[in-house]
Ligand binder design. Structure first.
Ligand SMILES: C[S@@+](CC[C@H](N)C(=O)[O-])C[C@H]1O[C@@H](n2cnc3c(N)ncnc32)[C@H](O)[C@@H]1O
Length: 376
């Protein structure tokens, strides 16, 4: 089985986190803006889709070339041996993106690439007219950056944040891979307690339990590669069995509380779906009444954003309450994802470190308060 040029995509600011995840799995990596490259075989495609917690997608880089006009783009794409990749009935949506390049019309780029593939497949399969495109999906994308085109096959399908354990509800949950990325920015590894005092639908607590128990985050879903006809389908099953055998008991407690009992019920359903309900201690409690005997761990939360709170005053009050009841737990390192630049003032302490992030399109800060007394 051959080697593939592979890369992962991720949210802005999480490149180093994903690179570390890949390195911990034994891969050599090269990082670019929004992408981390590595090499691997089919087994590595399965492994990374199954185990990467912070990435969005894993893609195969099919070809990289310079293209400043549509003829070159067409010819370069036509040259690829498409029949080796796509069966005659393949559905192959093409996503196009162009940044700072001569070829800038994204719909134009998409349709030229599509046309080149259709023409090549028609020639290779000796078939005229339309291709049926009623089979399995092979998602392709063409990305042109400063006149360098990259054409890739997405092995993931639905983004990796869609773990498959979460039920839909109207709240403001963090994406699962974003929550995992935040946890990876803390020292949390399951060997110390973790507390989320504003847990909402439980994403941070559940992702922490998956990390602490060494549960593969992709355990509940299928991936685009499952539908590729040249992909060895036994590998996925094999690695799932292996992953199950590597699950370990949680060493230290995870606490998840919220003021709202109804959202806690959703959090419990999600935790149950993820197989970690018994590992998380859920409790209805307002942050101002929060108390714990636990020590030496991580407190992490994403309080409601200012604009979601009724007014300025209630945001300021909440941050004050958080400061009054959480700051005294100084054997914990504390991490708060907040979209309000005035957070530190009302919380009552300047952060040890702040990290600028984007939660979707929302510019937010990850305020980090490192513990004085423990080994974190
Ligand atoms: C932005 S949501 C958290 C989302 C969560 N991280 C998730 O992924 O589902 C903020 C949560 O803070 C809770 N909350 C608001 N005021 C609170 C308070 N005074 N004490 C405890 N929780 C509170 C809300 O009920 C809401 O569930």
């Amino acid at each position: 089985m051959g080697k593939y040029q592979l890369y992962t995509t991720m949210g802005v600011g999480f490149e180093s986190v994903v690179a570390k995840e890949l390195q911990a799995m034994g891969y050599q990596t090269r990082t670019e803006n929004g992408r981390v490259f590595f090499e691997g075989e089919q087994k590595d495609i399965v492994k990374t889709n199954l185990w990467l917690r912070t990435a969005d997608r894993v893609k195969i880089l099919l070809k990289e070339f310079k293209a400043t006009d549509f003829d070159t783009l067409f010819n370069q794409v036509y040259e690829i041996d498409w029949a080796e990749l796509l069966p005659i009935d393949a559905k192959f949506p093409v996503k196009g993106r162009s940044v700072r390049s001569k070829l800038h019309s994204e719909p134009g780029i998409q349709s030229i690439v599509k046309k080149a593939i259709v023409n090549k497949m028609s020639d290779q399969y000796h078939r005229r007219g339309f291709l049926p495109e009623n089979g399995n999906e092979y998602p392709l994308d063409i990305h042109i950056n400063k006149d360098v085109a990259r054409i890739s096959l997405d092995t993931t399908g639905d983004s990796l944040f869609k773990r498959g354990y979460r039920i839909e509800h109207g709240g403001a949950p963090l994406k699962e891979n974003f929550a995992a990325g935040l946890l990876k920015l803390t020292p949390y590894d399951g060997t110390h307690p973790l507390i989320d005092p504003m847990t909402g639908s439980g994403t941070l607590a559940i992702e922490a339990a998956l990390i602490g128990k060494n549960i593969a985050p992709g355990s509940w879903r299928r991936f685009a590669f499952d539908g590729f006809d040249w992909f060895d389908s036994s590998i996925h099953q094999e690695l799932l069995v292996e992953a199950k055998s590597e699950i370990k008991p949680l060493e230290q407690p995870i606490w998840a509380s919220d003021i709202d009992q109804s959202i806690l019920e959703i959090a419990k359903l999600n935790a149950n779906n993820a197989g970690v309900l018994q590992d998380i201690y859920f409790k209805q409690v307002a942050v101002k009444d929060f108390a714990t005997d636990l020590q030496n761990g991580v407190i992490i939360a994403n309080p409601p954003y200012g604009k979601r709170l009724k007014d300025r005053e209630s945001a300021e009050n909440l941050y004050k309450q958080m400061g009054a009841s959480l700051l005294k737990y100084d054997s914990f390192s504390q991490y708060y994802l907040v979209g309000d630049p005035a957070f530190e003032k009302f919380f009552g302490k300047k952060a040890t470190k702040k990290r600028k992030l984007f939660n979707g399109n929302l510019r937010v800060d990850f305020y980090q308060y490192w513990a004085k007394k423990n080994d974190y």
